[in-house]
Design a protein around this ligand. Structure first.
Ligand code: ADP
Ligand code: UDP
Length: 271
C-alpha cells in the first residue's frame, strides 16, 4: 500500500469508525472502504460476494455543483430503501439487499454495476421539462423509460438503447430483463405510494450482474428512497423528495420522515 493510500485508508477508518463500531459482528479487516460516492460509501463485506452500503448525510444536486450535509438524511434513506427493496424482493424481482445491519448500513450483494441509469417517468418533472419544453406536472401519455450513461464527468448524458449495445454496456437480452423489471417496479411502487396518498412522479434505478453457480443474474442495485424518486403529496402536490433540497424549499428531513411514517417504516428518533 502506498503512503498516500494508507493515509486515505486511515482517514476513512476514522471518519466511519463511529458507525462501524455499532456493527459489532464485523471485524476491522472487513471494513475497507472500497468507494466513496456522493451519497454513500461502499465497504468490503464480511463474506466474498458481499458489500456494506453506508448511507451518508451528504446531499448533492446538479451534478454535485450544489452540496450540503443534511443531518439524518442517510438514516432515513437506509430505512426507507430497506422497506422498498424487501417489498420488491417479495414481488420476485431479484435485488442486492440482504439485511440492514445498523442505522446507516446495509449488507448487500456485490454486483458488477451496469453503467446505465434507468429513469422512469409517469409525470413530467425535472430535467425532461426544459429538454422537451414540457410543463412540470403534465401527465405523460404512457410511462416513459429513459437511459442515461452513469458518468459524472460527462454529466450523465441521456443515451439510446443502441448506445448501450454499441458500447457493450449491456446486451439486448440484459436490457430486456432490466426494462421488464423496471416496469413491474413502477406498477408496484405507483400503487404502494398511491395507497399512502403519494404520487410517484419519477425515479431512477441501477442494475448489476451477480455471478451465481447457474450463471449471471441481473439484479436491482443501489437504493430506492426519496433521494432518487420524485414523490408528491396526492392532495396538495407538495414535494416530499430531494427537490426540497434542489430547490431550497427546506423541510427535507420532515418530508422523508413523513414518507417513512406513511409507509409504516419505524425509524430511529431524530432531533
Ligand atoms: P454515486 O456513485 O453516483 O456518487 P452513491 O454515492 O450512491 O452514488 O454511491 C453508491 C455507489 O455504489 C454507486 O456508484 C452505485 O452504482 C454502487 N452500487 C450500488 N449497489 C451496488 C452493488 N450491489 N454492488 C456494487 N456497487 C453498487
Ligand atoms: N435521479 C437520480 N440520480 C441521478 C439522476 C436522476 O436519482 O443522477 C432521479 C431523480 O431524483 C428523479 C429522476 O431520477 O427522481 C429523474 O431525474 P431527472 O432526469 O429529472 O434529473 P434531475 O432532476 O436530477 O436533474
Amino acid at each position: 500500500m502506498s503512503t498516500q493510500s494508507l493515509i486515505g485508508f486511515l482517514a476513512n477508518s476514522l471518519k466511519y469508525g463511529h458507525d462501524l463500531a455499532k456493527t459489532r459482528v464485523y471485524t476491522m479487516t472487513q471494513k475497507t472502504p472500497l468507494y466513496e460516492g456522493k451519497a454513500k460509501v461502499i465497504f468490503e463485506g464480511p463474506e466474498v460476494g458481499t458489500l456494506i452500503q453506508h448511507f451518508k448525510d451528504d446531499a448533492t444536486a446538479f451534478n454535485a455543483q450544489k452540496k450540503e450535509v443534511i443531518s439524518s438524511k442517510g438514516i432515513l434513506n437506509n430505512y426507507i430503501s430497506e422497506h422498498i427493496m424487501m417489498a420488491v424482493g417479495e414481488l420476485g424481482i431479484p435485488n442486492h439487499f440482504i439485511s440492514r445491519i445498523s442505522d446507516r448500513e446495509q449488507l448487500i450483494r456485490k454486483l458488477e454495476i451496469i453503467p446505465v441509469e434507468v429513469v422512469v417517468r409517469n409525470v413530467a418533472a425535472g430535467s425532461i421539462c426544459p429538454r422537451l419544453g414540457l410543463e412540470e406536472g403534465s401527465m405523460l401519455n404512457n410511462t416513459l423509460v429513459e437511459f442515461c450513461l452513469k458518468d459524472d464527468s460527462l454529466g450523465d448524458p441521456i443515451i439510446a438503447p443502441e448506445h448501450i449495445f454499441t458500447f457493450g454496456w449491456a446486451t439486448p437480452e440484459e436490457l430486456e430483463i432490466i426494462v421488464e423489471d423496471t416496469l413491474r417496479i413502477n406498477d408496484f411502487l405507483t400503487g404502494l405510494f398511491l395507497g399512502i396518498g403519494v404520487r410517484l412522479i419519477d425515479f431512477k434505478l441501477e442494475f448489476g450482474r451477480y455471478d451465481t453457480e447457474d450463471g449471471v443474474e441481473i439484479m436491482l442495485a443501489d437504493e430506492i428512497s426519496p433521494d432518487n424518486c420524485r414523490l408528491w403529496d396526492a392532495e396538495t402536490n407538495e414535494k416530499m423528495d430531494k427537490d426540497r433540497f434542489r430547490r431550497d424549499l427546506g423541510g427535507l428531513v420532515e418530508a422523508y420522515q413523513e414518507i417513512a411514517r406513511r409507509l409504516g417504516v419505524k425509524v430511529p428518533e431524530i432531533d
